[in-house]
Design a protein around this ligand. Structure first.
Ligand SMILES: [Zn+2]
Length: 154
């Protein structure tokens, strides 16, 4: 919880909101890159004003792209967007401590653990996943969670 001293002023809040919306638009574009047909999710990790990672849900590198089997069920080895983005940071020399994660959909239980343990400090998402357990865990772990409502169609 923020104290009155570190609460952002109205100008700062407006600026943050503009950036949040711009990053979310990018996460939505990233979601479109997903080969999954059931659900397409995009993620962006921003640290110190820089995009340090991105991801969308999909199979591991080197595996065939389709996410679903003939019955339309998702393969167990499909990685969620935020897991892919966090693991991309793990392959780099950077880290996600104190970063903001932009996610088109709120995280599932499994991914919320990764988000927390990666040291991500803030989550901005647009669509709430049916199970609120992931968001509950993040809130309990001190992650600042904001829901960004979809923009009206331009
Ligand atoms: Zn997940």
């Amino acid at each position: 919880m923020s104290t009155p001293q570190d609460a952002p002023g109205p100008t700062e809040r407006a600026k943050q909101d503009r950036y949040d919306r711009a990053y979310m638009r990018m996460a939505l574009e990233w979601a479109k890159l997903s080969h999954c047909t059931r659900k397409q999710v995009g993620a962006l990790i921003v640290k110190d004003g820089m995009i340090i990672s991105d991801g969308y849900n999909g199979t591991p590198t080197g595996f065939p792209n389709p996410c679903e089997d003939e019955e339309g069920l998702t393969h167990w080895y499909v990685l969620h967007a935020e897991a892919n983005a966090i693991l991309k940071v793990a392959r780099s020399t950077n880290n996600a401590r104190g970063a903001t994660l932009y996610l088109t959909h709120s995280p599932c239980k499994e991914c919320s653990k990764l988000v927390l343990q990666a040291g991500i400090h803030r989550l901005v998402y647009q669509v709430a996943y049916k199970d609120p357990a992931g968001l509950d865990l993040l809130a309990k772990g001190g992650v600042v969670v904001s829901k960004l409502d979809p923009e009206p169609d331009a």
